[in-house]
Design a binder for this molecule. Sequence first.
Ligand SMILES: [Zn+2]
Length: 153
Amino acid sequence: MKVHLRQIHADGLHLEGEEECPIPDLAAEDVRCTGPLRYALDLGISEGALWATGSLVQPVELRCVRCLDPFPFDIEAKAFSIHLDLTGPEVIDLTPHLREDILLNLPAHPHCDREGGRVCPASTGSDAGTPVPEGTEKPQPDWSVLDKLKLKR
Ligand SMILES: [Zn+2]
């Protein structure tokens, strides 16, 4: 994602759109891009520096470290912010910075229940893979309180 400094006027520049996934190499680590990077950025120039703030969303498929199932996840960088001194070329490539922020917000040990908002089939321990039928997991009523009351009589 390249920005030419001449595109940025005195009142700044708002950029919104989609960009090729900046982390295609992570497919080897079970992080697969399922769509383009979506961005909404505000850019400006002040005192010889380029600044940019905004938000990024990268839809991916992660693999749960517990049940090993792939599940969809949106890597969100809600407070993307950079400040670059303008020293060299007039064309600034933002891709390395976008990539860095996406990586910062990538869960290191993804769990499908925590990040994916579903019930992890491996979270019930030995019953891995077999969903518990509804109604059988209800907590037993605690009769010990009643028993104590009976004892007092
Ligand atoms: Zn899982």
